[in-house]
Ligand binder design. Structure first.
Ligand code: CUA
Length: 156
């Protein structure tokens, strides 16, 4: 048998114990406390999502006075739609998914910062209180055309 020095044996044991404890805690919290990453509640088949409403017709839909739903497809390497126009003060319910790989959906200078994961529907609601020309960017590296992924929302 190999002779492991005493202190090394102690630290190895502590290391293994802490790994086991953390793995147990992660599993316990995920399963029994239902602590999962946000936005993974609604799932969708990424292979057929482009034919499933509302993702078959991405774009803006008015839900009420100053309230809209924005359905977005994030794909290599573009957003659909590529431009949206809303009146100032509008509340927008973003709903996004990806038919290919993981993308990001970030609107700088707002709180909109989502991960768009194939197989999942990501949602976020934001009210645009100021007029402006807001860029929608992909902030998750997704391939050679990552930097080309851009859309905009014009608040007027
Ligand atoms: Cu999509 Cu980066």
């Amino acid at each position: 048998m190999i002779n492991i020095p005493r202190y090394e044996r102690i630290w190895l044991t502590l290391g293994v114990i802490s790994i086991v404890v953390f793995l147990f805690l992660t599993g316990f919290m995920g399963v029994s406390m239902n602590l999962n990453p946000p936005n993974n509640l609604e799932t969708v088949d990424p292979n057929t999502v482009l034919a499933i409403p509302p993702f078959d017709t991405p774009g803006l839909r008015q839900l009420g006075p100053n309230e809209y739903e924005a359905v977005l497809i994030s794909r290599m390497f573009s957003f659909q739609p590529s431009e949206m126009r809303i009146p100032v003060g509008s509340k927008v319910h973003f709903k996004a998914t990806s038919p290919d790989v993981v993308h990001g959906l970030k609107i700088p200078s707002t709180n909109v910062n989502m991960m768009v994961v194939p197989g999942h529907v990501t949602e976020y609601t934001y009210t645009f209180k100021d007029p402006g020309n807001f860029l929608i960017l992909c902030n998750e590296y997704c391939g050679t055309g990552h930097h080309l992924m851009v859309s905009r929302i014009i608040v007027e």
